[in-house]
Ligand binder design. Structure first.
Ligand code: GTP
Ligand code: SPV
Ligand code: MN
Length: 591
């Protein structure tokens, strides 16, 4: 497979440490993958679904204590504490290795060690990067084969080169001994005692965000938790937008949106380049260019339906692995909350218990069929709106960067920053309600700068400084915006319809990028004139509704500014430029 001495040494060390019974190289061939699927079914790891309705699709259930990322057990390991972030977990490098080596000792006894060579980005492209994940989980192998480019072709390109080392074992799936550790200074990731996506598909959050953000800082580029989409105009021109929203806050949905009829009739289309991660570089023309390093979608299942996101639904109809959704025993298919109004009569919930869509727990609360963080792993090529630039190794030029989160109050539907540094300030001070994508409380507002709080591989203040530095290198920077689809009324209902109708906000954003529409200056930035948000064909929304959605309450924002100040106080190395931005905001609010 390879004569790369570093790869061979990594495997030998791992064999000596973990003691597997055999080593199997993942070559990327369909015949080998099919054999893995068959084996996984025989071992009860996957359930083969109805092959007429869902060809190539499978269902997997994790153990009940292993359903989401575990931020409390995710560590950045470095020699000096301040090279990680005060708001992330840190461990000293050699202490971490010592602890992990004890946990990994003999953990693969009687198991197969799979070697997964994978490329983040198109194989062989000069901006792509290669990783080797060693794992004892066939579920990881099959998911990595969808989410990344895997196999011999990657080793051929690697030659004698360097790669990111990833070692994973599901070990005993013990919650107490679960650790997701990153060593950015060594290009190394070690993950143990989990088998849930974000903790174990090491190409994704571990490499493409945590390790890559550190590489980006050293090499002068950016790794961000961003979707990438293209809006095609009736004249055939396409403009690209990258958007950072925290986990389970709408990236997949925005990336694949279908414009409302008023736009479709005129010939508008939206193309998906990526739904979760963007690697961004400065191009020769002084613009920012973004690439999606992934090859599939690991998307939230609940809420995905024919109306909210038909493109995602179609993407999951073949070659997809579903994790922790409900099972329909009548037709051997899957179901989740929000798919349709017909839950299975004869079903099994994500925990493996009999379930029929009409069951209550001891407190009288409905028992869910699918876990709120249940997911689909689907190949990008299935996506009906996949951009023709998906494989373009140079990426797509960005007209706008958009930040956003879940805020019931405070943040307006959309506003524009006044400069690059002001945009960095807006991103750095983002806040959002927590979701089921990570273990812990749901619905608690917390600061999540650039949607990267769980994913920055180094000091957060240095990360802000890197954004500011990048701004100096970009001759033609994209404009920076903030959106909030999640403002609620007094009954707690979302006011803005969201989903496809978010096109109406993208339209304003792109019009601003081309100086085609005016705006109102406020203390926090530029806000649309309410009548400039196109509400044609929207039922129940008037110009007054939009006015409400755009309202900026000064008293609330004064509290917000205090919140930002105390957040900055928790960090170290916050750049002076951002402190100046904060002072400026306060001054404007008090004027
Ligand atoms: P990760 O994969 O965790 O990074 O999440 P994501 O940002 O891709 O989130 P996703 O698009 O999967 O959306 C998560 C949840 O938000 C789903 O339950 C959606 O139904 C809901 N959602 C997405 N877009 C909107 C919107 O515009 N309005 C409302 N109200 N809900 C939305
Ligand atoms: C997220 O939590 O932001 C995800 C899913 O995209 S995971 O891969 O689990 O991180
Ligand atoms: Mn994500």
């Amino acid at each position: 497979m390879t004569s790369n001495k570093k790869v061979l040494a990594f495997i030998e060390e791992t064999k000596a440490l973990c003691d597997p019974k055999e080593v199997v190289w993942v070559d990327g061939s369909e015949s080998q993958l099919e054999a893995f699927r068959k084996q996984a079914v025989e071992e009860g790891i996957l359930i083969k679904l109805n092959q007429e309705l869902l060809p190539g699709c499978y269902l997997h259930r994790t153990t009940q204590n292993d359903v989401a990322r575990v931020e409390g057990r995710t560590f950045i390991c470095s020699k000096n504490k301040d090279d990680s972030s005060p708001i992330n977990n840190w461990m000293e490098t050699s202490e971490a290795y010592d602890m992990l080596k004890k946990l990994f000792k003999g953990c693969m006894k009687g198991r197969t060690l799979y070697v997964i060579p994978y490329s983040m980005g198109a194989v062989g492209s000069k901006f792509s990067k290669i990783g080797i994940e060693l794992t004892d989980s066939i579920y990881v192998v099959l998911n990595m084969a969808i989410m990344t480019r895997v196999g011999q072709k990657v080793l051929d390109v690697l030659g004698d080169g360097d790669f990111v080392k990833g070692l994973h074992s599901y070990a005993e799936l013990s919650e107490e001994k679960r650790y997701i550790c990153h060593f950015p200074e060594d290009n190394t990731i070690m993950s143990i005692n989990s088998n849930y996506g974000g903790n174990v598909l090491l190409g994704k959050k571990c490499f493409a965000l945590r390790i890559a953000s550190y590489l980006g800082k050293t090499e002068g580029w950016m790794a961000e938790h961003m979707l990438i989409l293209g809006v095609e105009y009736p004249n055939g021109e396409t403009k690209y937008i990258a958007a950072a929203f925290p986990s389970a806050c709408g990236k997949t949905n925005l990336a694949m949106l279908i414009p409302p009829e008023v736009y479709r009739k005129k010939g508008y289309k939206v193309w998906c380049v990526g739904d979760d991660i963007a690697w961004i570089r400065v191009g020769e023309d002084g613009r920012l260019y973004a690439v999606n390093p992934e090859n599939g979608f690991f998307g939230v299942a609940p809420g995905t339906n024919e109306k909210s996101n038909p493109n995602a639904l179609h993407t999951t109809q073949k070659g997809t692995i579903f994790t922790n959704v409900a099972y329909n025993a009548d037709n051997n298919t899957v179901w989740w909350e929000g798919l349709d109004k017909n839950p299975p009569k004869n079903g099994i919930d994500w925990k493996g218990n009999p379930w029929n869509g009409d069951m209550k727990d001891a407190d009288g609360k409905p028992i869910k069929g699918a876990h709120p963080n249940s997911r689909f792993t689907a190949p990008a090529v299935n996506c009906p709106c996949l951009s023709k630039e998906f494989e373009n190794p140079n990426g797509v030029p960005l007209s706008a960067i958009v930040f956003g989160g879940r805020r019931a109050k405070t943040a307006p539907l959309v506003y524009q920053s006044t400069s690059w540094n002001n945009g960095v300030f807006v991103g750095s001070s983002m806040a959002s309600e927590t979701t089921a994508a990570a273990t812990g409380a749901v619905g608690v507002v917390r600061r999540d700068p650039m949607a990267m709080r769980p994913f920055v591989g180094y000091n957060m203040g240095d990360y802000f400084a890197h954004w500011i530095e990048m701004g100096k290198k970009i001759k033609n920077p994209p404009k920076i915006f903030n959106v909030n689809w999640f403002r609620t009324d007094d009954e707690g209902h979302f006011i803005w319809p969201g989903f496809g109708d978010n096109m109406r906000v993208l339209d304003w954003i792109l019009a601003r990028c081309e100086d085609k529409v005016d705006a109102v200056e406020t203390p926090i930035g530029y806000v649309p004139k309410a009548e400039d948000i196109n509400i044609e064909g929207l039922e129940g929304i008037t110009v007054d509704t939009i006015k409400g959605l755009l309202e900026i309450d000064k008293e609330t924002w004064k509290q917000e500014a205090d919140g930002i100040e105390s957040f900055y106080g928790e960090l170290t190395r916050v750049p002076q430029e951002l402190k100046d931005q904060l002072a400026n905001l306060k001054a404007k609010l008090n004027a």
